[in-house]
Design a protein around this ligand. Structure first.
Ligand SMILES: O=C(O)CCC(=O)C(=O)O
Ligand SMILES: [Fe+2]
Length: 405
């Protein structure tokens, strides 16, 4: 394995098995009832039930007949190939940097191990408004602006057209998910008016040691929902909820793979869970994929939806999406702690004995505005001050009753 930098090598327990389990894959859902029928049609009701079962049992599903014209996907896929075929030097002209976290990038770590991939990121809203810093007290905002490469010249248009199609599909999916949770159809739509969604072009080059490394290490997606286009090579694996096995997601032509992210897990108060997945690489073929990460507006406080919590029982504290997002984008690590996701949990915060989670810049600890303490202390009228001296001199019932009254 002399040719591979050890920074890429997975620990033994996380090395992928190259013999693939294809047995029971993630559900394949036909969205044509959305196009062909009216709202009260029974085929729509069974579609909603299918989506609900898939979210609950897998956290993942594929959709066909989704209404996204194939030409947009073909256009972005061919522009993506042309971009990644450029020299490193050319691609680095649009490198992500301190000031701008969008653009080209080839050194991402997932759980502290290098991913075998290179990426190009752009946001769907241009510009996208986010907090200026990860610091909780800092209320300043800033704009992220996409940087587009000079070559191939058609990349920008292909990306923008594709993004517009993804937004349309997003609302169809959000509505199905809302209905499947017993909520009004448009209950979730409002969170995305000024969204911070982004699209990533992923290129996984051919790898001499696919048994030792991963294209993306195991992780959960932090946003609300991910819509993924994968090519015909395959490599995505999903952790099956029933037995924890890694299950290969077989490429289906022109299908999109949908998965529930951490935000839907929190909104649904754990009814739907964000599921771990990872990407294997290939010793013969390079692979391309395009995830669309649906994220809410930066000012969204993410917390279990009231309708889905019996007030006593919210499983998560509210956290500020914008602060969470910019904290993550500051580093080249998707999960700045061993499992960033898990200490969103109320109980984990309470019992945590792991000091590494107690960092002042950890947005999981940021209280909602109305719960933030005021640091200028109010001393005026405090709790009652009671003098216990009657206890020392009390030798009559009368003295005592004066005290206890
Ligand atoms: O390339 C893929 O199949 C999935 C990529 C992924 O999970 C991610 O970028 O979060
Ligand atoms: Fe992912």
């Amino acid at each position: 394995m002399g040719e591979v930098d050890p920074a890429f090598v997975q620990s033994l327990e996380h090395q992928p098995k190259l013999d693939i389990i294809e047995a029971e894959g993630i559900p394949l859902i036909d969205l044509s009832p959305l196009i062909n029928s009216s709202d009260n049609d029974s085929s729509l009701a069974s579609l909603v039930a299918e989506v609900g079962d898939a979210c609950k049992n897998w956290g993942f599903f594929q959709v066909i007949n989704h209404g996204v014209p194939l030409k947009y996907r073909e256009k972005i896929e061919s522009a993506e190939r042309r971009f990644f075929a450029l020299s490193k030097e050319e691609k680095k002209k649009v490198s992500r940097g301190e000031a701008n976290p969008l653009g080209y990038y080839d050194t991402e770590l997932t759980k502290n191990v290098r991913d075998w991939k290179e990426v190009f990121d752009f946001t769907v809203m241009n510009p996208t408004i986010v907090p200026a810093s990860h610091v909780p007290e800092d209320r300043e905002l800033r704009e992220w602006v996409n940087q587009w490469p000079q070559y191939p010249p058609e990349l920008r248009e292909a990306c923008e057209e594709y993004a517009a199609e993804m937004e349309k599909l997003t609302y169809k999916l959000l509505e199905l998910i809302a209905l499947s949770l017993g909520l009004p159809k448009t209950r979730l739509n409002g969170f995305f008016k000024e969204h911070t969604s982004f699209i990533r072009l992923n290129h996984y080059p051919v790898c001499p040691v696919p048994q030792l490394v991963l294209g993306v290490g195991r992780h959960k997606d932090a946003g609300a929902l991910t819509i993924l286009a994968q090519d015909d090579v395959g490599g995505l694996e999903v952790k099956r909820k029933t037995d924890g096995e890694w299950v290969f997601v077989k490429p289906t032509p022109n299908a999109y793979i949908i998965n529930v992210g951490d935000i839907i897990q929190v909104w649904s108060n754990d009814k739907y869970e964000s599921v771990e997945h990872r990407v294997m690489v290939n010793s013969e073929k390079e692979r391309f994929s395009i995830p669309f990460f649906l994220n809410p507006a930066h000012f969204t406080w993410v917390e279990p939806l009231e309708e889905l919590t019996n007030k006593e029982n919210p499983k998560y504290k509210a956290y500020n999406w914008g602060k969470f997002f910019v904290t993550r984008k500051r580093t080249n690590t998707r999960f700045s702690e061993p499992n960033f996701h898990c200490y969103l949990r109320k109980e984990t915060i309470k019992v945590s004995s792991n000091n590494s989670t107690l960092r002042e810049d950890n947005p999981a600890f940021i209280l909602a505005l109305e719960h933030q303490p005021e640091l200028d202390v109010t001393e005026a009228k405090g709790i009652p001050l009671i003098d216990l001296s009657p206890l020392n001199i009390a030798d009559t019932d009368a003295e005592f009753s004066k005290f206890s009254g």
